[in-house]
Write a protein that binds this ligand. Sequence first.
Ligand code: NAD
Length: 256
Amino acid sequence: MSRLEGKVAVVTGGARGIGRAICMAYAAEGAKVAVADRLIEDAQETAALLGEAGMAVQMDVTEPAAIAAGIASIEENWGGIDILVNNAGIFNMASIEEVTVDDYRRQYDVNVGGTIFAIQAVVPGMRKRGGGVIINFSSQAGRRGEPNITIYCSTKAAVISITQSLALELAKDKIRVNAIAPGVIDTPMWTHVDALFAKYEKKPVGQKKREVGEAVPLGYMGAPEDVAKPAVFLASEDARYITAQTLNVDGGNWMS
Ligand SMILES: NC(=O)c1ccc[n+]([C@@H]2O[C@H](COP(=O)([O-])OP(=O)(O)OC[C@H]3O[C@@H](n4cnc5c(N)ncnc54)[C@H](O)[C@@H]3O)[C@@H](O)[C@H]2O)c1
């Protein structure tokens, strides 16, 4: 298995959850992987699992200057970047009365700004290299709205739109831009999501997580590896004719 042999990948939010599973899957396919995260100790731990193929980079994707510095250090170390995975994301809930400017800005800065400015940072190098692959992270929450999740859902809908515009803009440079829209995946994020649903839907802690898993047509909550495998496919030559798409990886929750 070496579908990514010789490639250099950067995974934002790579320290844990889905990002970490993608880092492991890419390294297993022969890529060198920069684990870029704002949590440097967790990023170092994940990078250590990859041995020679791993490198930890401290990067807060809300700061375009930090993104640019991180990308420059990876390019300097490994000679360029072939694959960018914009996986870093945050979730919050609030009713319309409770929405605050700070929370609105924070979720947009990470989920939307982080995606846009990481792409801006890698494109010049990918052009020099003659092409590249970008994979953004949307969500089933980007396919339809949900009560009390106005901000998060709208950031994930924006990611679908950004993917389409930039796929068209960068097609001439042989840079493919796609997105993945996961359904419900068992990661550290879900502890936080479940606690918020417990508050908003007045449920005991743990109940929402169980319910959403049982409601998936395939019958269970996904594991991070269930998302990492399609992320390998989209990054590989097997997907060379696929761009501008958002792939649902959700056990059948959404159809489009
Ligand atoms: N878990 C799910 O059910 C699910 C469903 C749909 C979409 N998603 C999306 O998938 C992606 C990964 O989700 P996850 O469940 O693995 O989340 P997670 O919270 O378990 O992990 C997210 C990672 O992103 C990092 N991160 C957060 N803010 C950052 C910032 N400003 N700069 C750099 N790194 C930052 C965190 O430190 C963490 O390592 C997110 O974009 C999320 O919105 C997840």
